[in-house]
Design a protein. Structure first.
Length: 254
């Protein structure tokens, strides 16, 4: 039986090293920690960087884990498990708010809707499971962009259509809103994709605290907003639902 491939073992050791400790290390630190020649360590790091598994800070020259690892980590969590864990909490959220609830995950430069709970009234509604929403102009997308480096990279590489006069398309403006989303723990979109509609969403994490999806409440502006701003009770309800789903997935409290 063939033995292990040394170069792969060394690459795995480098990834483990970057995953612990200070998480950002220089070439000399990596080589010394693993007992490798600098040339060997540099060659492996350069290959990992080309594949997206490692990133190099342009100012310090130090290395850290790359966004591609996060993409692979997300595949560890089956979307069906995410949906199964979210069913009860999504139903409860729809009943508590009286609005539609969506569960979305990052997929092909957009947000794939994997679960949709109708608002609890007798109005005719269309099931959106399997549909796609934009990253830059929906609450689900904004939450993923704010917390997921892969989503941010996908956004940068995609065309950002202005669906309404309120749609943000400038990357600097989107990054500023992402910082606000991380600070307050929820994201919002008011008439940025559909005139007359608004949504508020919060992040779902797995047991490794990776961003794996988002849950959102969606409805008419006059019911989602008050005096032009998201109603605080809706933002609180969405955050609580996201935390409950995350805990069911094994995430620590956050």
């Amino acid at each position: 039986m063939p033995g292990p491939i040394q170069s792969l073992e060394r690459a795995a050791a480098i990834l483990r090293l970057l995953a612990g400790g200070e998480r950002r290390l220089g070439l000399s630190d990596v080589a010394a920690s693993l007992g490798l020649a600098k040339a060997t360590a540099h060659g492996i790091l350069r290959t990992l960087q080309q594949e997206g598994f490692v990133e190099q800070d342009p100012d310090s020259g130090k290395y850290q884990l790359g966004a591609e690892l996060l993409r692979l980590g997300q595949s560890y969590l089956d979307v069906h498990e995410l949906r199964a864990r979210a069913l009860i909490w999504a139903d409860d959220l729809a009943r508590a708010t009286g609005e539609s609830v969506y569960l979305g995950v990052l997929h092909q430069r957009g947000v794939l809707i994997v679960h949709h709970v109708f608002r609890p009234d007798d109005a005719r509604q269309v099931l959106d499971v399997g549909g796609m929403q934009p990253l830059h102009s929906t609450a689900l997308g904004k939450v993923l962009v704010a917390h997921d480096p892969v989503a941010r990279a996908e956004l940068q590489a995609s065309e950002r259509e202005a669906f309404t006069p309120r749609t943000l398309t400038d990357l600097d403006a989107i990054d500023a809103e992402s910082a606000l989303t991380r600070e307050r723990g929820w994201g919002a979109a008011v008439e940025e994709t559909w005139t007359g509609l608004a949504s508020v969403a919060a992040l779902i994490q797995d047991r490794r605290q990776n961003p794996v999806g988002a849950v959102a409440v969606h409805g008419p502006v006059e019911r989602i907003c008050e005096a032009g701003a998201i109603r605080p009770e809706l933002a609180i309800a969405v955050r609580q639902a996201a935390r409950s789903i995350s805990r069911d997935l094994g995430a620590p409290r956050f």
